[in-house]
Design a protein around this ligand. Structure first.
Ligand SMILES: [Zn+2]
Length: 196
C-alpha cells in the first residue's frame, strides 16, 4: 500500500524534468533566402543560450512541416527582410523593434517575428563589414539573441521582461554584440509552459 503514494510522489517530481527535457520545436520561415552562415550562427547562438536554461531546440523549417511531429511545445518564427549583410541599408540611431511575439486578448501566442533589416540598420559595422562571411556570422549571432528573446515570450507565454540579461525588453547595440549575454537565473522559472 505504501508503494502508490511513493510512486505518485516520484511522478510529481519527475514530470517537470521530463517536460524540460523535451525539445521545443521551432519552425523558421524566411521572407527572402538568408545567408546560410548567418542562419548557422544564429541557431548555434540561440541553442547555446537556451541550453543554459535547460531548453532544447529542434530546428525545423515551416516549408518542411508535415504536421505530424509530437512536440509538446512549439513556436513559429518568421524572419522579415533579408538575413544577410548587404552593405547598403542606411544606419539608424532610432530605437527599432528587432523582434515581436503575438499577443491576442492578453494571451501570448507562439508566433514570433524577427526583423533582419532592422537588426542590420542598428548595426552598421556589421552591415558594412568588409568581409561578408565575417559580417554574416556576426549578424547571425545577434539574430540568435533576438530569436532567443522572442522564444522566451513565445515558449513561456509571458509578456514579462527582466531587468537585465537577455530577458530585458530594450537591448543596447553593445549588449547585442557583447561577448557574453545570457538569461538571468530564474528568467525561465516564471510559470509553467502553456498547454499547446
Ligand atoms: Zn520582449
Amino acid at each position: 500500500m505504501l508503494r502508490l503514494p511513493v510512486l505518485g510522489g516520484l511522478l510529481t517530481v519527475l514530470a517537470p524534468v521530463m517536460i524540460a527535457a523535451s525539445p521545443v520545436g521551432v519552425y523558421l520561415e524566411f521572407d527572402e533566402p538568408p545567408s546560410e552562415a548567418a542562419v548557422a550562427t544564429m541557431r548555434k547562438e540561440a541553442a547555446g543560450v537556451l541550453d543554459r536554461v535547460g531548453i532544447g531546440i529542434a530546428w525545423r523549417l515551416v516549408s518542411q512541416n508535415q504536421g505530424n511531429e509530437p512536440f509538446e511545445r512549439l513556436a513559429v518564427v518568421k524572419f522579415t527582410g533579408k538575413c544577410a549583410c548587404g552593405g547598403f541599408l542606411p544606419a539608424s540611431r532610432e530605437i527599432l523593434v528587432l523582434g515581436t511575439t503575438a499577443v491576442v486578448d492578453g494571451r501570448v501566442l507562439p508566433y514570433s517575428e524577427v526583423r533582419c533589416d532592422a537588426v542590420r540598420r542598428v548595426l552598421p559595422d556589421i552591415e558594412y563589414a568588409s568581409d561578408h562571411r565575417l559580417g554574416d556570422a556576426a549578424l547571425g549571432r545577434v539574430l540568435g539573441r533576438v530569436l532567443a528573446h522572442e522564444l522566451y515570450h513565445a515558449v513561456l507565454g509571458t509578456v514579462h521582461h527582466g531587468a537585465s540579461g537577455l530577458a530585458k525588453g530594450f537591448q543596447s547595440t553593445a549588449d547585442l554584440k557583447s561577448d557574453e549575454i545570457a538569461f538571468d537565473g530564474g528568467d525561465w522559472e516564471l510559470q509553467p509552459a502553456p498547454a499547446q
